[in-house]
Design a protein around this ligand. Structure first.
Ligand code: HH2
Length: 283
């Protein structure tokens, strides 16, 4: 891939690691808010030290069944974190995980560099905002909303349909004036997919290269790992590392993870194996 994200040129096959920072809510007091901002800033700085290439900041949970958050509240959660990071000279590109145009605009004004849209440009206002700003955007595959996506995990041909729906998202972007060179594609592991479908999608993710854009994949701590292993969410690092390895062997350029240090090591070994080639890749 060759893509400028903020101050940094992402050049080469990677793998590049996107470290996850969730700005968790606390509606009780401003004091709590301040502590949350501090905690999110500290987490971003920790992930940078661990070797993240960029961070992804989110102010709304996208877990299945998660309650929606309004734009004003989401902005209040993320903008102070971006402002504080930039004021402290944070060097990495900052991605904002949002599907709302208003939040995207405020985040970009505060110093974010990339929009991570888990809704796949379904809101024309967000697509227009990305086109206006000219920043890179992650276009992720999903169906429905976190509240109803589990019921939409019905596919006659999983890879064909995910690829076709991503192509439709690219077309929506183009209609809004977005250049294709701004776009990173994400298959959306666990979003409107059962654990078994997520495994199939991960195993065949390389097929999405046909879309001609860099790939980002987010396997970190997800439910398919729990279903395969019985591990609760806080004990899914080993399974996450296996999935990170699979992503890198498949040629995925960007991997979104919570545990950057451990993922960096797995990704480095996998990248060396990928480079060496050999029978590992023969079926
Ligand atoms: N997964 C989550 C959130 N955002 N963005 C992209 N591009 N790809 C993903 O796979 C992805 C994503 C869900 O993970 P997490 O951030 O841990 O959970 P939550 O959304 O509940 O904060």
């Amino acid at each position: 891939m060759r893509l400028q994200i903020g101050a940094r040129l992402f050049d080469g096959p990677g793998p590049f690691l996107m470290g996850v920072v969730n700005a968790t809510p606390d509606s009780f007091s401003d004091g709590g808010r301040y502590l949350e901002v501090d905690a999110a800033v500290a987490q971003a700085e920790r992930l940078a030290e661990e070797g993240a290439d960029l961070i992804d900041l989110g102010g709304e949970s996208t877990r299945p069944g998660a309650a929606p958050v309004d734009a004003a509240e989401e902005r209040r959660r993320v903008v102070p974190v971006i402002e504080r990071l930039r004021a402290r000279g944070f060097a990495l590109p900052i991605s904002i995980d949002t599907s709302k145009a208003e939040v995207a605009r405020a985040a970009l004004e505060a110093g974010a560099d990339l929009i991570n849209d888990v809704s796949g440009l379904r809101d024309p206002a967000l697509a227009a905002e990305v086109a206006r700003a000219g920043v890179p955007v992650v276009v992720m595959h999903s169906r429905g909303t976190p509240a109803d996506m589990a019921g939409r995990a019905i596919y006659a041909d999983l890879l064909l349909e995910v690829a076709a729906e991503l192509r439709e998202a690219l077309a929506r972007g183009a209609a809004a004036g977005l250049r294709e060179s701004q776009v990173i594609i994400d298959p959306g592991l666990g979003f409107a997919k059962t654990p078994a479908q997520t495994v199939e999608l991960l195993a065949r993710v390389g097929e999405l290269r046909s879309l001609g854009r860099p790939l980002l994949v987010g396997p970190s701590r997800k439910r398919f790992i729990g279903e395969l292993t019985g591990a609760p969410v806080e004990a899914r690092l080993p399974g996450t590392l296996a999935a990170v390895t699979a992503c890198v062997l498949a040629g995925v350029e960007l991997v979104r993870v919570h545990d950057v240090a451990a993922s960096r090591q797995a990704a480095q070994v996998a990248a060396a194996l990928r480079k060496a080639g050999g029978s590992l890749f023969l079926r």
